[in-house]
Ligand binder design. Structure first.
Ligand code: C2E
Ligand code: CA
Length: 549
């Protein structure tokens, strides 16, 4: 059968690449020839297939069939010259894979169709397209040319996608992503190029788009893509947040533009979920500061914890009416950033996993100070903060014991404060660590008690000696309209008593609050009324003064 399907040219093309498949269909005989690798990979009946169009169509994913049929129909009807379509098709393992199919009709001299020839490329197999959604991967963005006129880049993310996956499962999550991508395409593929940015984030490159257009587009996406309804089973409302930046206004350098986008989306997620944030100078400054802060902190750590220092805030003991101890609080000044407060830089340390190293430094310093002050004030207690992340280090307790031995500190005079107890995910292992610490003589405090929903639960699981009542309940206690704070503090303190726990009330800022708290059953008071946290030198003077008599 020496026919048009059997020539050397075909053979040459048919073996060009493992992921590229060739087919040629003869209109007159309705016989098609498929390359051998296609027969093998898609499990076709053979190289030569009669009624190939129907055979192939039956393998196309049901969701993509309409698009496929429309495109190919238009080519056969002469509406367009080339078949060019991306869709999913079943392989021999019955798995759907994404392919890009390009084909053309070849006509004879009388303009009658003779052949339909095409090339199929498996687009999951090389990096241009994302395997799940069929959208372009971000790498492709770096290959594309941004036009000369003003355009917009939008980064869109599905809000709380992780929650969707954890409540409905991964498979369902994948369906949501595929459906969302499809809708993004149908909403305006002709107006923008779409890239899968990362898990639940999609980037749209919109040439010739200005601020108004970008906002309208985002609005449209939020409204039209919001409801996901899988076979009318469970309807899901998807929220989206977005960031937008413009070129050439914000530059043409793609890394920089992507940075802008990530920061504006991050800002949107934190500050106005469900909205879109336009990259601006304020965000740029925040971004610069965050970057500098991170570099500065790393530099400090590398240079032997340069710039870190412990400050001390007195703990007033109610029974002795004197300083009974102190809380060690971390301070830091970087080479460039000099004004970062603990809540800012400790968050960065935690986010980057550096809190463990810094935490060990704090631990060592705190033990030295305890040993030093104990010589002069034998009953003095020192507390230091340990975040949950530090406890997650399985060596934490052993290292602490080892340091205590090395320094010869007294664990009986040390209080360990567990900060951000709301993040505790494995209370059982934390309880084991706490028990070991208590057996060794340490005292343990639950910090910021009452601020997290899980506070009570923590109390149930964790063997603690102290509860620290957070300053937000305390500082305005004496002001009108804060009666509820009084009730909360009193109830928490009575709970402490019933549980045989001691208590520290922090945030005592003035004498009226001090007088009110003192009437309650409390062990220590802490706050600006007594003193702000101060450097060692100043604290030493405070101690000398307090113990003068
Ligand atoms: P925290 O453990 O709740 O520490 C008490 C915070 O309240 C301190 O803030 C202290 O300066 C502040 N404070 C004390 N008295 C008053 C008052 O009367 N009114 C008000 N409004 N605030 C008062 P600071 O030093 O900025 O520390 C913030 C947080 O940073 C700490 O909160 C703690 O969670 C964390 N932190 C500080 N040092 C360390 C550390 O060495 N390790 C870890 N992991 N976290 C630390
Ligand atoms: Ca604390």
């Amino acid at each position: 059968m020496e026919s048009i399907l059997d020539n050397k040219l075909y053979e040459a093309f048919a073996t060009a690449s493992e992921y590229v498949y060739i087919y040629v269909s003869d209109f007159r005989t309705d016989l098609a020839r498929w390359s051998k690798n296609a027969v093998e990979y898609f499990g076709l009946p053979g190289e030569y297939v009669k009624d190939s169009a129907n055979m192939w169509q039956s393998r196309v994913h049901p969701d993509d069939k309409k698009k496929y049929m429309e495109d190919i129909g238009e080519v056969f009807e002469g509406g367009k010259s080339k078949h060019d379509c991306r869709y999913r098709v079943k392989n021999k393992y019955n798995e759907y894979v994404w392919v890009e199919c390009r084909g053309s009709v070849i006509t004879d001299q009388e303009d009658q169709p003779v052949l339909f020839a095409g090339i199929l490329t498996r687009i999951d197999s090389y990096s241009k397209y994302d395997a799940l959604t069929g959208l372009m991967k971000l790498d492709e963005f770096f290959q594309c040319e941004l036009g000369m006129e003003q355009g917009a880049l939008l980064l869109i993310c599905i809000d709380e996608f992780r929650k969707i996956v954890s409540s409905h499962g991964y498979e369902y999550g994948d369906k949501v992503l595929v459906e969302f991508s499809k809708r993004l395409i149908s909403l305006g593929e002709d107006k923008y190029s779409i890239y899968r940015f990362s898990g639940d984030e999609f980037m749209l490159v919109c040439p010739e788009m200005k601020l108004k257009g970008a906002k309208q587009l985002f609005q449209k996406i939020s409204e039209e893509l919001a409801v996901f309804d899988e076979n009318h089973k469970h309807q899901l409302r998807l929220g989206v947040s977005g960031g937008v930046t413009f070129y050439p206004e914000e530059g043409r350098e793609k890394e920089g533009l992507i940075n802008n986008l990530e920061h504006s989306l991050e800002y949107a997620k934190k500050n106005c979920r469900g909205g879109i944030v336009v990259f601006n100078q304020e965000i740029a400054d925040m971004q610069k500061r965050a970057q500098l802060l991170c570099e500065d902190l790393k530099n400090s750590i590398r240079s032997g914890f340069k710039g870190f220092e412990l400050y001390f805030q007195p703990l007033y003991e109610k029974t002795t009416n004197n300083i009974g101890g102190c809380e060690a609080l971390l301070r830091w000044k970087g080479d460039h950033i000099k004004d970062s407060c603990p809540s800012e830089f400790i968050k960065v340390l935690e986010d980057h996993g550096d809190i463990r190293d810094v935490g060990y430094w704090v631990m060592e310093q705190a033990l030295w100070y305890q040993k030093k002050w104990q010589m002069f004030y034998p009953d003095f207690h020192l507390s230091f903060n340990v975040s949950y992340q530090q406890f997650m280090d399985e060596n934490f307790v052993d290292i602490l014991f080892q340091k205590v031995r090395e320094i010869d500190a007294d664990p009986q005079k040390i209080i360990i404060e567990l900060t951000e107890s709301c993040q505790v995910q494995e209370p059982e292992s934390l309880a084991i660590a706490f028990r070991r610490l208590r057996e060794y003589g340490f005292t343990i405090a639950l910090d910021d008690f009452g601020t997290a929903y899980s506070s009570m639960e923590m109390l149930k699981y964790l063997p603690v000696n102290y509860i620290k009542i957070e300053h937000s309940f305390v500082k305005d206690l004496a002001n009108e309209g804060h009666e509820i704070d009084y009730i909360i503090i009193e109830s928490l303190l009575s709970l402490c008593k019933k549980l045989n726990c001691m208590s520290i009330v922090e945030g005592v800022e003035n004498s009226s609050v001090k007088n009110m708290i003192e009437k309650m059953d409390v062990t220590y008071l802490q706050g600006y009324y007594f003193s702000r946290p101060v450097p060692e030198e100043e604290f030493r003077k405070m101690l000398i003064e307090a113990y003068k008599a």
